[in-house]
Design a protein around this ligand. Sequence first.
Ligand SMILES: [Zn+2]
Length: 517
Amino acid sequence: MKTIFIAITSGTLLFPAACTAAPNVFRSWFTPTVVPTNFTGMVRYEAEITGEPASVGFNYDGVSRPMRDDGSNGDRVAGDAVWTCLFTANEILSRNTANRVFHPIIGTCNPAGAGAFNVVAEVWSSQMGLVPLRNVSATAQETDYVVNYLATKAQLANFNPVFWANRFYTNHGDNYDFLNFIHIAGVRGNRYHFHIRNSVQGIGLPLFEDSAVFGSAGRLQGGSVFPISSFYDGGGAGFAHETGHQWINFLSGAFATGVPHWPKGNVAINVMGFTIGGGVGGNYSYTFTSNGSGGYVVGPPVQTNLTTFNRMELYLMGLAAPAEVPAYFVLNDQNQNVSNGQTLTAGEISLVTVNDVIAANGPRVPDSTHSQKLFRTATIILSEQLLDHYAMSFYDYFTRRAEARQPHTYAEGLASSTGNPFYVATSGRAVMVTKITDDVPTLRMIRQADGTLRLLFPARIGVSYQPQRSFDLRTWSNDGPPLRIPVVNPPVDPATSIVLTPLPGTNQTFYRLQVSY
Ligand SMILES: [Zn+2]
């Protein structure tokens, strides 16, 4: 199995790395997992800490309160390396300010002899609603947007995407390009993307096909893993970035020094960022303005750039033609640190054009005319107890946000800003569908005066609708060509109608729409 793992951090490192000898927060969680705004009980925070610290404090509001592993004050089991402290519901909920988007920063967990580990909670609010929940079995439940499986601690600690993907496909069709995995009380670590299939030429990746290993009949392309649930937002930068790794950056040539992100340069100021080292990415928080003589003036960052794919990124995704891609520069000295107001001279940079990319990697096939424009993602949550209705609705909400078509506020880690969901991030050139269940459009049929039939239904951009007819409700055949609603900007979700002509000599014909996306 050819599986490539790519690591990424957020721009702001939420958790400092601890050296091996020092105590380390292995994983941590809240109970309830997601705190509802109507909750009035005590909220338990637990952290499994290695390295046997003599004590652990939790800094809340500048005051250190002791965490316990002695079976007292809410600690469940003495001496099990799981340290506990309790909060009132209000201590959690009052931190949920608007710019935190239901991800309040609570404080830091401070094991003696180690660093400070930032802690972010998750809050359900009535504006998310309580979505319909289906119990599948004693170990599985679903909403329209998320699947929740019961997992053991060992299964979280040794995450095996092949196992969970195969389980998912036992009762879901092969309708998804990507799988998202969210861990509740997962091992503290960076989110990452891995490849399962690549059928795209010209992006620096070999062609490979491992979808069958994962239980897919051929559609599944990759997966993204969010080991810390509070970092997950389908409408945020992390989702766009990890999805972008399906295509970016594996190029040979001038951009190769940055793989799997970009090298330092103006190509790195957008979604995919630059590689800090060891495959880990970071935000390149600058803007660059041409000085008119071959150089660039360094300016301050624009927050929405982190959720806007640039034209080189769109080209690699199959969403921009070569003629649309301007030249980008990379710093000749990748150890150079730039600062706001600095002027980079022409001698300090090298321009890279899309033709350079094509010369080194071949043309992108399929090109932007023939490439995929609609992607489907299924989101799978692993937890040691099945989640309650509030938590399922919370993750449903943050998965639904991937389909949004307007910029919105998001909070990831300690950062909060305005961001673009996938459709906007691609400048309206591609659609991300995160709903797991298929849409069932309401179909209306009108017999017209001339004997023809008009089918009316609400359509979704990027989706294909094939009218079919039957005379006996057993055998169905296509009636005319499929109608594909183009992905355009601004989006147009038309109330679509198709006119069909019943075959002469038949006294009864049945119609249906086959929806594919
Ligand atoms: Zn990355």
